[in-house]
Each structure stands twice: as structure tokens, then as C-alpha cells.
Design a protein around this ligand. Sequence first.
Ligand code: SAH
Ligand code: SF4
Ligand code: F3S
Length: 487
Amino acid sequence: MNEIDLDKIDLTQPPPEHEPERQYYFMAKCREYVRAESKRLGRPLICGAFTFGCQMNARDSEKLLGILEAVGFRPTENEQADFVIYNTCTVRDNANQRVYGRLGELNRYKKQNPQMKVALCGCMMQEPTVIEKLKKSYPFIDLIFGTHNIYKFAELLCASFETEGMLIDIWEDTDKIVEDLPVERKYPFKSGINIMFGCNNFCSYCIVPYVRGRERSREPKEIIREIERLVADGVVEVMLLGQNVNSYGKNLEEPVTFAQLLREVEKIEGLRRIRFMTSHPKDLSEELIEVMKQSKKICRHLHLPLQSGSTRILQQMNRRYTKEQYLELAERIRREIPDIAITTDIIVGFPGETPEDLEETLDVVRRVKYDNAFTFIYSKRTGTPAAAMENQVPPEQVKEGFDRLLKLVQETAREQVAKYQGQVMEALIEEVNENDASLVTGRLSNNTIVHLPGDASLIGKIVPVLLDECHGFYYIGHCILEETGAE
Ligand code: SAH
Ligand code: SF4
Ligand code: F3S
């Protein structure tokens, strides 16, 4: 976003109707409140935004922080702040439980610091039962809003400065996409970019379509413009985000495919790496494989969620592919792009899953040889078709299956990751190693982590690294040359 000059906004006028101008107006107004409060306390106001969910949730938190900083808050990493916002997730029950657990603690901080404000937003807030519970048991919360009106954060924050007690604003859906609001990135050198919002797939176990609404794609030119600005600001790697990027652009006035979008992103000068998340196997096109194969910038990593290897369970899950179709797709990708890493998500314990179904899943894992896999225990989400299914699997059976799967995916991942020992690969250096300050941590194109001697001056650079030793899921290596030339 270009610098917005909040000083030029005339607050004696009524707020504009149009977005994003309306939010700029409320940002200017919030800034007045923050200034006044800061003067009263004789110190700057501190804020914290905490992410509980996926990359899209994390990107939303960067937007929240963008507004908070624009109105004068200073960010902090802990919860002892004047304004704390939890950006929640509800994909599995443990995500919800973490929020409730930490709310208890927030209540204690608020008692010590009574002018502190607590806000909640994100996917969990789209569930009416959650709101009821918060109203009843957590009355100290000041502001609650959902996923569809996050672009109104400045306006809601302003209203919360002007109200006593709990302010709640939840929308059922929206078809609106508001561009050009401020964003505060976590990393200077890499960034997520939303290319679409919502999901239309309704996998039978999943709550995302209910809490994120219908699928909406951003215009390609808006996406390109955002990436160009990010690159001008030092970003070398982007991650294009959507629940199902392979169906990107289908509902635009002038339809565009995801592969076409990637071709345009590839052309952006100065951009070095392109990632994306997530690919639904049912919509992965021949064209996409072709574009990936030819690309110099698209990273050698594909996240291709399997969920189950049993065709019968896949059908119950409404995934719309069979075990054979998935295997065929994975084989084709490995054949066309041999150095690609394939990762996945798998759910154990979906209603009606038998030990034989689990065998089918293990079989797919053995054949695809995932480079990494996220394994989840099925979590019943109220309102989804699977929650109403009979024959929920007993916990002991789920646990046993889960342990077997985990062991297998760890074995294949170890084997896959170790394949590159002794080779030189480019790594984007992301941070100084948390445990050993003489090392830095980088990421290879295939998403594997490598630790190497170096210092903070390397952060954000892409350097060639000799992968000396594989330690299970990561490498220890060393940089063999100067930074590789930027284009
Ligand atoms: N849109 C992405 C997934 C988003 S949710 C996709 O379709 O691939 C991330 C992962 O959470 C899913 O891939 C799935 O494995 C898991 N998940 C979703 N709902 C779940 C549930 N009810 N119980 C357990 N895991 C679930
Ligand atoms: Fe959920 Fe399926 Fe949509 Fe992914 S594609 S968000 S698993 S409904
Ligand atoms: Fe969670 Fe919402 Fe993402 S439910 S996984 S934060 S889309």
C-alpha cells in the first residue's frame, strides 16, 4: 500500500461511504484516540496480534497489525499490552481450546491493567455457539468480529474506543474484497498474498466453507500490483494463498486460470521465488504441471492434501477423487518434475474408517513417499455433514492408526529429505538460528530447512549451500559462494 496521509483527512466531515477511504477516515479518528490515551498515560500504547490458524489467518493478522501500527500502537510479542487481539481458528477443536485457555490468562492481565482492551476475530467467531459462550463466560472481552468484516477493523476499533462493554459485529457472508489497506509484514523478505478467499468444496468434515464463506478470487491485476509493491519493498519470495488455488479465477468476470496467474507472477522482475498453498488434487491441471516445470521461480514443492487413501472414505469426505486418480496424479508430477517435494495432509479417524481403510492410506504414503506429511486426528465440527454421521471411530482405534501412520510418514520423509546430501542448493536465509547464534537458518526451494554458519547480514539473501549432513528432517550445510546474482 502507498503511504496514506492520515493528516489530510478532515474529521469534521462525516465518514466516506466508499472503501477503502472509509477505513482511512476511521484510522485517522483512531489515531486521535490513541494519541490522547498515550498522552494521559505518558507512554506509547502497546498492541499484540496473535495468530491461531493457517497461513491465511497469519496474513490477516499482518493486516490487523498494519492498522494498529498506522493508528499509533507499538507492536509487542507478548500479551501484556494495551490492546490484544486473538485471530482465531476453528478447523479442529484443539484450536478452539487453545483460545479459551489463553483467554483465562488475558483476564488476569486485564485486572492488572484495567484500560487494556481485548479483541477476538477470525474463523471461530463465525460460530454462533462460540459467541454465546463468550458472552456468558468471558464478559471482559471488548470487541468481537468475524472473517467477513475484517476489512472494517479500523471502524470497529474506533467504535470500541467509543463504547463501554462488549461490541459484537459478525456477518454471515460477503462478496466484497477491499484492496489497499495497510499491512505490517512479519518478514521483510517474504510475504503471503491472498489470491482468493473462502471455499466452495464442502469436504464433509471441514468447517472452513461455513466460516470463510463462498469462494472469491482477486483480480489478477490487483495481485500483480501488490506483489510488485512488495518486491520494491524488499520481498524476494511470495506465497500465493487460497484454500484451493487450483480453482483460482474461475468466477472472475474475465476468467483466468491459476496457471495463467503464475505465468504473470513469474514475469515480475526482482521476484526470486514463488510458492503457493493449497492445491486440491481434483482441480490440479496439466497446464499447472507444465508451468511449474518450465518456471525458474516456482519452488520445487507441492502441498497436495490426500486426507485418506481409501476411495470409499474419500467419497464420504466429498473429496471427488479416488485413490487411483490421486496416485496417478502424484506419479505424473514426480515424473515431470523429478526434484519436486510433495507434502500432504492426512486425517485419521473419519467416521466409518476401518483398519482396512487405514491400510489404503498407508499404501499411498509408501507409494508417493511424501517429503513431509501433516497428520491429524479427525475432529468433529458441529454443522458439518460428517458430524452427523453415525459410526464415529472409537478413540483407541484412532490412536493406534494415528501412531502407525505417523511412524510411516516420518520414515518416508527422512528418506526423501536425505536424498540431497552432498549437493549444492540455493537457500533463502530466514533467521539467525534460535539455539545457536553462530548459525543461520535457510529454506531450500523444496521447503527443506538448512542450518549453516553465518550471521544476520545474510537474512533475506539467497545463497548456494553445500548440504553436508542430513539430520532427519533438516540439513547442516555451509555457504559456498557469495550471494547468487539477483536478476
Ligand atoms: N483447503 C485446504 C485445507 C485447509 S484445512 C485443503 O483442502 O487442502 C487444513 C487441513 O486440516 C486439511 O487439509 C485437513 O487435513 C485438516 N482438517 C480439516 N478439517 C478437519 C477436521 N474436522 N478434523 C481433522 N482435520 C481436519
Ligand atoms: Fe476444507 Fe475441503 Fe475447502 Fe480445504 S477444500 S478448506 S478441506 S472444504
Ligand atoms: Fe483455521 Fe480458518 Fe485457517 S478455521 S485453518 S484459520 S481458514
